[in-house]
Ligand binder design. Sequence first.
Ligand SMILES: Cc1cc2nc3c(=O)[nH]c(=O)nc-3n(C[C@H](O)[C@H](O)[C@H](O)COP(=O)(O)OP(=O)(O)OC[C@H]3O[C@@H](n4cnc5c(N)ncnc54)[C@H](O)[C@@H]3O)c2cc1C
Ligand code: FES
Length: 357
Amino acid sequence: MFRENCAVIENKRIASGHYVLRLASIRIAKVAKPGQFVQILCSSATSPLLPRPFSFLTSTNRDFSVLFHVIGKGTELLSRAQKGDMFWATGPLGNGFMADRTTSGSRHSVATKSPKTLNNKILSAEGRTRLLYGGRFAQDDVSFLLVGGGVGIPPLYHLARELVKRKIAKDNIHVFLGARDKTLLLCEKDFKMLGVKLHLATNNGSKGKRGFVTELLEEYLYRTSSDSRHSEATLRLRSGQAPSPKNLKNEILRFAQDDANLSDGVRIYTCGPTPMLKTVSTIAKKYKVSCEVSVEEPMACGFGACLGCAIKVRREDASPCKGGSVIDPRLRGDDNYRYAIACTEGPVFQVSQILWE
Ligand SMILES: Cc1cc2nc3c(=O)[nH]c(=O)nc-3n(C[C@H](O)[C@H](O)[C@H](O)COP(=O)(O)OP(=O)(O)OC[C@H]3O[C@@H](n4cnc5c(N)ncnc54)[C@H](O)[C@@H]3O)c2cc1C
Ligand code: FES
């Protein structure tokens, strides 16, 4: 975490009440990861006294940008920022998306572990070489589904850029954007320029599907779960693993029962309004897909001192808070839940951790 006085490079209005602010930064920008955030002090006077948290939209070796919606005094002041103005910023803060860590290194890190995989090298229906090991998918076969609404979209754009930079196939990066109307589909053009797959929804139907972005997500997962059942059966046939006639009936039953399990091939990353996050969580559980949720609880200090951003999470056996070893008794909860500090443990959480209220 660094504290820097950053000069405004550009402050651009991109939609009604929405701006992209780009700040020069030597230290923060270099180490910022998708899903992390920065606290910006919006005024050199005493009001507002506290800095405001914003997710990174982009970060390079020289600068970072944030996309913000004007909703109060701090963001109103930021919207008036001019080139050359200076702002104190602290960051990067919090824990970002795991995708950023799991996609680093060898793209076939699971698949290349054992010589056994060589025996499993088979040609897929599209003629591409796929590697299957222990029934798990290699990185090439993982679809990254990024689901965003409103000012939850910026960290997902940062993540999409990082995935593209890490040479994840663009066809495997699906971005689902939702907004009230087409003017608020933030970053639509930027995602298009990245070349990833875009799925759009607007409440009034002015662009994309009329309705909620979560409906698009569910449609996609429904289609994919049917396709994956079909292609798993095809792959097993081609690799000579077809069930013997004796077991055929059991195999058919297994495929029929396993109707919604996409656990290895799909990962969801989401950020946006809480009702959207809750629905995405329900869908992820239904399809047994791993899902990371970035929560944007109102924050004050941003580094674990004030406990103002606590959220309720499931208590796990391995929790350091178990047995009352937690530092602050207000975070203890009971045997089933505890409170997590969103600014330091999050803002990104596994969906299975969060207990929505
Ligand atoms: C980790 C994190 C990342 C964020 N990333 C972004 C981002 O990329 N872009 C962006 O525009 N905003 C983002 N936010 C929200 C942003 O921090 C607030 O909009 C900002 O602090 C508002 O400051 P303000 O002084 O303009 O409004 P204030 O005067 O502080 O608040 C105005 C009104 O908005 C409510 N409010 C303030 N913050 C929040 C919040 N987090 N959730 C719900 N209601 C709130 C207040 O209760 C009040 O009613 C993020 C928040 C967090 C915690
Ligand atoms: S904002 Fe102070 S502890 Fe999280």
